[in-house]
Design a protein around this ligand. Structure first.
Ligand code: GUN
Length: 293
């Protein structure tokens, strides 16, 4: 039997309805949630992500402030902008789109963002709180994946989860969330990466397989256990002359082959992507709420 195709757009849209309602209710109480989105340079993928984030804010009643800076902006200039935003009452969330140009250190920038406005969940304080199971802003892509699992009623408890990729943005925080105690955790988690030999020996054991590596078609049919749930976080741009943009987006999973074997699978696009942006909206609304408590 073919896998059911998980519709990330539908799951995201249900969540966005209640986020928009909360944003409206906060606005009526005098606190419209506000997000500052900072982009340094003109990397085409980053431009399109940032545009999508701003559009999602507009559609859901969240104020968004675009700050687009030239690629030669200095680290000091960027730090000064962040310090101003940290004390700006209209702004509840600060997002600096990564990757940054090489002359700017990501960690200096992330640490300059006030943890109270760290809606990406990348600040060491947010990550430390998450590791200890305290309430905090959760990183958006892993949190979005948990929301997908909730929507398809897949409880990871007692299951074997294999994650491909150990990034700070996806692999590492996701491993922690799935490992934590609780309904959407309690899994046995294996994290594989570029130095893992014999990848298939691990992936074939996965009840839930999550690919977040950035390599088209890395996951092939023979690497997947029959009946597994497969979540594809890859967003790889491959040249495609037939498209107006000149490229199409593909994931890390050989979708057409793997869907014959899996129980459920996310497509690319319209799988994980819409959830990532949704959880950013969720965190921004939460941050605005926190200022009233
Ligand atoms: N670059 C790729 N994903 C992300 C993300 O979730 N947040 C930020 N700030 N940059 C990214």
């Amino acid at each position: 039997m073919e896998a059911s195709i998980i519709n990330g757009t539908t799951i995201a849209s249900d969540l966005r309805t209640s986020i928009a309602e909360e944003a409206l209710s906060l606005t009526r109480r005098g606190t419209q949630p506000g997000l500052a989105v900072i982009l340094v340079g003109e990397d085409p993928a980053s431009v399109s992500y940032v545009t999508a984030k701003e559009k999602a804010c507009d559609e859901n009643g969240i104020y968004s402030r675009e700050i687009r800076l030239p690629g030669d902006t200095s680290e000091k200039q960027l730090l000064d902008i962040i310090r101003d935003l940290n004390t700006d009452d209209q702004i509840h969330g600060i997002l600096v789109q990564l990757p940054l140009p090489e002359h700017i250190h990501d960690e200096h920038i992330i640490e300059a963002i006030s943890p109270e406005k760290d809606v990406d969940g990348f600040h060491p304080v947010s990550l430390g709180r998450m590791l200890q199971g305290q309430s905090t802003f959760l990183p958006c892509t892993p949190h979005g994946i948990i929301k997908i699992l909730e929507a398809i009623e897949f409880s990871p408890s007692g299951k074997h989860v294999v994650i491909l990729g150990r990034s700070n943005i996806v692999g590492k925080p996701l491993a922690n969330m799935l490992l934590s105690k609780g309904k959407w955790g309690d899994a046995t988690v294996t994290v594989c990466h570029s130095r893992t030999p014999n990848l298939k020996d691990h992936t074939i054991q996965a009840d839930l397989l999550i690919a977040a590596v950035g390599r088209p078609k890395l996951v092939t049919e023979e690497m997947v256990k029959p009946g597994a749930v497969v979540i594809d976080v890859g967003t790889n741009r491959v040249p495609d002359e037939s498209k107006k943009s000149g490229f199409r987006l593909v994931g890390d999973v050989d979708f057409d082959a793997v869907k014959k074997k899996a129980k459920a699978i996310t497509p690319v696009p319209r799988g994980v992507g819409p959830l990532t942006i949704t959880m950013l909206l969720f965190n921004t609304v939460q941050s605005a709420k926190n200022t009233l408590e």
